[in-house]
Design a protein around this ligand. Structure first.
Ligand code: ACO
Length: 430
């Protein structure tokens, strides 16, 4: 970070010089760390719309140009040429792995996919109709009660083991949450399958008959995982970083990230988007729905549209739309009515002034639900699959944060608008 220029802030005639930091990509950043000490004022930015909360070398987004880079590599190239575990290795370690490094990485993940047998009892404590995200928050948090030898965040070897355990076991946990919710037996992982195929196998196989994973479906799943792997300082990643800043153990931090991801404004949007498409039902009902979205009193949003950072297009959405066509074609459901509603909705919204003015475009979750449904997943599994994919992003950011010698506990301040100091009044005098 080059630091050659300063910004001058003038408050009541007093001037404060603030260093300007220049990143390798993206807008300059005014360093306000010493502002309170120098000028006795805070800054106010509730949704972090203008605030960089950390420095990072992992992922870069240019929201105006629709660019997403992981360690410098464009997401379109990764989606076309790479695969999920290679992207995991890249995110975690900073460079594309050599063939030997990749083989070792894949072997290590594969050998950690089983979970402690006693953890099965945990699942059985949940109601069958629990949302799989509720089960995942609980079970991932409970990993800290089972894997004591990877809780010491000051030990780099233990940090590494925790990272592998989380990436390897998350598909197993998500698949078990699903199997439990439909009353089917848990399916153990298979080490001869790749990451995406193994996940599909654990979700859809039953002991009564063999289950063959279709390679095109597996490739589509792998691509969904890749497209969701990391997205710099989004809400769930920031939650993981904030939790971790207190020294919390990795499993507790990732459980916090899963809890945050569940919200419909974030990872829950893929479920909400598909439910919305179902509610609309047919293309002729789109105009009425758009009118509702534009009505300020309705509180209705076009789910799967809009993004805090992308104000041009979401590059992940382009790849996802293409994948939706491929998967539906393969499954012989090209005339899927939901896909037709989605495409028509996108066409109408992109020509509408309301959406143009607010720079609202389809995000990654507009089409992902259609693919997942075609694969046979119920809507309640959409967000758990996002959690499986994002685990590597959370872990990479967590690892980076812990390696930062300047790590401080995250402690935002506030603009207090409550009552000034006043004297307590006894209950009989109120
Ligand atoms: N439908 C209709 N209007 C919208 C939408 C939408 N999806 N998103 C934003 N707007 C409008 C707002 O009403 C607001 O209009 P106004 O200026 O007239 O008041 C304007 O656009 C700006 O909206 P904000 O809420 O300030 O934008 P913000 O950056 O805070 O929100 C968010 C981003 C949360 C993603 C929002 O676009 C949204 O709720 N989208 C739907 C949910 C969704 O798809 N989330 C997934 C995000 S991607 C991910 O997590 C993988």
């Amino acid at each position: 970070m080059a630091e050659t220029r300063t910004a001058t802030l003038s408050i009541d005639g007093k001037e404060v010089q603030l260093p300007i930091l220049s990143p390798t990509e993206g807008p300059d950043v005014v360093d306000i760390r010493k502002l309170y000490a120098q000028a006795d004022v805070f800054t106010y930015d509730p949704g972090f719309t203008s605030t960089a909360a950390c420095d990072s070398t992992i992922t870069f987004i240019d929201g105006d140009a629709g660019i997403l880079l992981h360690r410098g590599y464009p997401i379109e190239q990764l989606a076309a040429k790479s695969h999920y575990l290679e992207v995991c290795s890249l995110l975690l370690n900073g460079e594309l792995p050599t063939p030997d490094e990749l083989e070792k990485f894949e072997n290590t993940v594969t050998r950690h996919t089983m979970i402690h047998e006693q953890m099965h009892n945990f699942f059985r404590g949940f109601r069958r109709d629990a949302h799989p995200m509720a089960t995942m928050v609980g079970v991932v948090g409970a990993m800290s009660a089972f894997y004591h030898d990877s809780l010491d965040i000051n030990n780099s070897r233990q940090r590494e083991i925790a990272a592998f355990r989380l990436i390897a076991k998350m598909p197993t946990i998500a698949a078990m949450a699903y199997k439990y919710s439909i009353g089917q037996p848990f399916v153990y992982p298979r080490n001869d399958l790749d990451y995406a195929s193994n996940f599909l196998h654990m979700c859809f196989a039953v002991p009564a008959e063999p289950y063959d994973v279709n390679p095109t479906i597996s490739r589509a799943m792998d691509r969904i995982l890749m497209l969701h792997a990391d997205h710099e300082q989004n809400a769930s990643t920031s939650t993981v970083r904030l939790a971790s800043s207190s020294g919390a153990n990795p499993f507790a931090c990732i459980a916090a990230g899963i809890a945050c991801l569940w919200g419909p404004a974030h990872g829950g949007a893929n479920q909400a988007a598909l439910e919305m498409l179902r509610e609309i039902g047919t293309p002729d009902r789109i105009p009425d729905f758009i009118a509702k979205v534009k009505d300020k009193n309705s509180n209705v949003r076009l789910m799967g549209f809009g993004h805090r950072v992308y104000k041009n297009f979401d590059p992940r959405a382009k790849v996802m739309k293409q994948s939706a066509d491929e998967v539906l074609d393969l499954l012989g459901v090209k005339d899927n009515p939901l896909l037709q509603v989605a495409k028509e909705l996108e066409r109408i919204a992109l020509e509408d002034d309301y959406f143009i003015q607010r720079k609202l475009y389809p995000n990654v979750d507009f089409y992902s639900g259609i693919i997942l449904e075609a694969m046979g997943f119920p809507t309640s599994m959409f967000t758990p699959i996002f959690a499986v994919a994002r685990t590597v992003g959370w872990i990479s950011q967590w690892k980076e944060q812990l390696a930062d010698p300047q790590l401080k506990i995250g402690r935002p301040r506030q603009l207090y608008m409550g009552s000034s100091m006043r004297d307590y009044v006894e209950v009989e005098n109120r």
